[in-house]
Design a protein around this ligand. Structure first.
Ligand SMILES: Cc1cc2nc3c(=O)[nH]c(=O)nc-3n(C[C@H](O)[C@H](O)[C@H](O)COP(=O)(O)OP(=O)(O)OC[C@H]3O[C@@H](n4cnc5c(N)ncnc54)[C@H](O)[C@@H]3O)c2cc1C
Length: 477
């Protein structure tokens, strides 16, 4: 590999390879027949070589680009020195879910985007190194429970056990609060458990992170739907909790609204992935069924669409096709997800917009009618907007259609708690900097506020809201 020299400063020291150390992965032909994780992670030696590529910038733009401000240069230099336990401790000070973030964060748009190493050659593989440190710690059973301050007697409720709720719970428990997390489902973890597939995020890792929170004293109540099992008013009533953090996500799927969409074989990505991930429908003998299909079309261009298309292959589809109305450059999915999908043989039909699901006469899906699109001027999202090409209808053969075009928040809590203000899209109106809502003692963060976003943004919001809760409670007794 070619070597580079220091990009800033007057000394010109050789800095090792311009390219990052690649992470070894399962071969595409092998991995499409199993649900095991695709990348294997770095060895100790690979991690040290990669860490040595860090420039150790004094201003560290990577830290400013991280929504939870992980002290990146510090943990990288600890890895470079072989001080792996110290590196893991450093990350945990800022990020309570490092093994998860190292796997699913869009680093290419955050810390790695700002990495000065990337100005010539490839940015440092910050995500891979975060994952390495967290896995190293977990493998050896060496995770040190973070210190918990003495009991404050404060009682805080958290609705939802996704990354926003877990982070808020962790921050509050560390400060000595008594925290109870109420989760609607029978399993904890939110999208980390029911959405993101095993081959991208092994569920054992999510369970371990939750066990760490239990060790910190956080209590979890499953099968408890806030707004139905108990209302917000009752949770915050006399003898109840002093504050509530709402991190209930955006789990209500959007549909295309086209003819034929109620045919047998049309799934929302939410349902499709939940059946596979949460209910393990892919395992022999599972009690939850899933239609596998020979030809599966997934509509959408985000991470959710890639996860569904790749799941379809693992469930035995002969052809798995992504249908997306813009071009590949406009796809919101992570570059790594698109690369993995392509390597695995997912077919991309971009600039195609579905207009009808075709039924076979017995109510089952037989195909999808689409219109060819072309790109016009940028729209409000900054991406070039798709326009139909007149008379360009064509059909795609398929027996399953998975709709992955976005999610909205479930209105249950807002409709049963009228003094919590919501936007026209149904997201809870909360100050992004501190999570405060229109109702005193109620805070919110994550997808329920931003709409479908990212794990790390949800974590950042959980952390900010925990700070406000502590501030607001201070001096109220
Ligand atoms: C398939 C898929 C793939 C994704 N891939 C990525 C990725 O690679 N990288 C990335 O950064 N982001 C990804 N995302 C987005 C990311 O997962 C979300 O932005 C993040 O999980 C939001 O966290 P949250 O805590 O706000 O909500 P969620 O993770 O949605 O958790 C909300 C929790 O609240 C529970 N709940 C809902 N209503 C109630 C109620 N009334 N009472 C009690 N509990 C309730 C839900 O059951 C759920 O467990 C993906 C999303 C999906 C769906």
């Amino acid at each position: 590999m070619p070597t580079d020299e220091r990009l800033t400063g007057s000394r010109r020291e050789p800095l090792g390879p311009v390219s990052r150390v690649p992470m070894r992965e399962q071969e595409p032909a092998v991995r499409t027949s199993n649900f095991a994780e695709v990348p294997f992670g770095y060895s100790d030696e690979e991690a040290r070589i990669e860490a040595n590529r860090c420039l150790g910038c004094r201003k560290a733009p990577c830290v400013a680009a991280c929504p939870v401000a992980v002290p990146i240069p510090t943990f990288i230099s600890q890895i470079s020195d072989g001080a792996f336990a110290a590196a893991a401790r450093t990350i945990r000070q800022a990020n309570s879910l490092p093994a998860i973030c190292g796997r699913v964060c869009p680093q290419e748009d955050q810390c790695e985007k700002e990495c000065l190493r990337g100005r010539r050659g490839e940015a440092l593989a910050i995500g891979h190194l975060e994952r390495f440190a967290a896995d190293w710690e977990r493998r050896g059973g060496r995770i040190e429970a973070p210190a918990r301050k003495p009991e404050t007697g404060r009682r805080i409720a958290v609705a939802g056990s996704g990354p926003a709720g877990l982070t808020a719970a962790s921050e509050l428990a560390k400060e000595g609060c008594s925290v109870v997390v109420f989760e609607a489902l029978h399993e904890l973890g939110g999208v980390l458990t029911y959405g993101i597939p095993e081959f991208r995020l092994p569920k054992a890792i999510v369970r371990q992170e939750i066990a760490d929170l239990e060790a910190l004293g956080v209590k979890f109540v499953r099968n408890f739907v806030v707004g139905r099992t108990e209302t917000v008013d009752r949770l915050l009533g006399p003898d109840g909790f002093e504050a509530l953090f709402i991190g209930t996500g955006a789990g209500l799927p959007a549909f295309l609204g086209i003819p034929g969409e109620s045919a047998i074989g049309v799934y929302s990505a939410n349902e499709y992935l939940t059946r596979s991930n949460l209910m393990k429908a892919y395992q022999a003998g599972a009690s939850t069924p899933i239609l596998c299909g020979r030809r599966v079309v997934t509509v959408g261009g985000g991470n959710v669409a890639m996860d569904a298309a790749r799941t379809a292959l693992r469930l035995g589809a002969e052809v798995s096709t992504i249908v997306y109305r813009r071009g590949e450059a406009e796809m919101p999915a992570r570059a790594e997800e698109v690369r993995h999908a392509r390597e695995e043989g997912v077919v991309f039909r971009t600039l195609a917009n579905p207009v009808a699901v075709i039924e076979d006469g017995e109510g089952f899906v037989r195909g999808l009618t689409c219109l060819q699109m072309e790109l016009g001027e940028p729209d409000a999202s900054g991406r070039r907007s798709p326009k139909p090409v007149p008379g360009s209808e064509f059909e795609v053969d398929c027996d399953i259609v998975v709709v992955a075009i976005g999610n909205r928040p479930n209105p249950l809590i807002s409709s049963t708690t009228p003094d919590i203000r919501v936007s026209a899209k149904g997201t809870i109106l909360a100050n992004p900097a501190d999570g405060r809502t229109s109702r005193p003692r109620v805070y919110a963060g994550g997808d329920i506020v931003t709409g479908a976003a990212t794990v790390i943004r949800a974590m950042g919001a959980g952390k900010a809201a925990a700070r406000s809760i502590l501030e607001d409670l201070a001096g109220t007794r």
